[in-house]
Ligand binder design. Structure first.
Ligand code: ATP
Length: 246
């Protein structure tokens, strides 16, 4: 087993994953993510973006292949060690905001910090700071049910950023937002990641979202592909894009 280069925070080689029901998930994906980089993983629905993020974060065990985090193998860890790693070093944003209904907004945003052992006061200060940056600071004492869907997603993003994760996995993080909201939230996310040195792996099928990233890798049917967009031509001649497996 050969260790990856030192400046890659995440490094994966030849990842294969098959879902329990036999559905193919990943068919040999290799990639490297540099420290502080914002990497977009693009591809159409069902191309394996979510599966890749889950394998890279240790949420799913790969069937074969290797995942390294900061030059340590993640693919050889058991479920408990992977869970601890995710809790202490990684952040995760889902496409849909899942908040604890019994807790108010700031308590939801502070929860991962408290689970890491931070005191309630410190966790609250950090949570409020991130809620303000995401324009939901004035909703801090509300229960999630009193918020609009887009506001709940902003809270979920604040919750992921508040503990200062080393790697943030964001799976279609702005899917529930309107276009105008989306741009502003993405900018906040990208600015926060850059100013705090957070590495981001962002799954998206939206080219505008991917444009905020430093680099994009494209997936199709669980494999990496190079997408070559041909120059615009009159509609009568049609538009085309072709994908080449690599
Ligand atoms: N829990 C599951 N059980 C069985 N098959 C699954 C499961 N989750 C995903 N798949 C299948 O694995 C493949 C990759 O799915 P995945 O969700 O990773 O793609 P995606 O690019 O993230 O798609 P989307 O943009 O729709 O979220 C698809 O064929 C999908 O149907």
């Amino acid at each position: 087993m050969e260790a990856p280069p030192d400046n890659d925070v995440l490094w994966a080689r030849s990842l294969h994953f098959t879902h329990r029901d036999g559905s193919p998930g990943l068919a040999g994906v290799s990639l490297a993510v540099r420290q502080g980089e914002i990497l977009a993983v693009s591809g159409p629905r069902g191309s394996g973006k979510t599966t890749l993020l889950r394998c890279l974060s240790g949420l799913l065990p790969v069937r074969s292949g290797e995942v390294w985090f900061n030059s340590s193998p993640l693919h050889t860890l058991g479920p408990t060690a992977r869970e601890r790693l995710r809790r202490e070093r990684f952040g995760w944003i889902d496409p849909e905001p899942v908040l604890v209904p019994e807790l108010n907004v700031w308590e939801n945003a502070a929860l991962p910090l408290m689970l890491r052992g931070a005191g309630r006061r410190r966790a609250k200060v950090s949570a409020l700071e991130w809620l303000k940056r995401l324009d939901v600071g004035d909703r801090a004492r509300c229960r999630p049910r009193a918020l609009r869907h887009a506001e709940r997603q902003r809270v979920a993003i604040a919750r992921a950023l508040a503990p200062g994760p080393e790697v943030l996995f964001a799976d279609e993080p702005t899917a529930p937002l309107h276009h105008g909201d989306r741009t502003q939230v993405l900018r906040t996310l990208a600015t926060a990641a850059r100013s705090h040195g957070i590495t981001v792996v962002l799954a998206t099928h939206d080219p505008e979202t991917a444009a905020l990233a430093d680099r994009t890798v494209a997936l199709l049917d669980g494999r990496r592909v190079h997408t070559v967009h041909l120059p615009d031509v009159p509609e009568a001649e049609g538009r085309a894009a072709c994908s080449l497996s690599v």
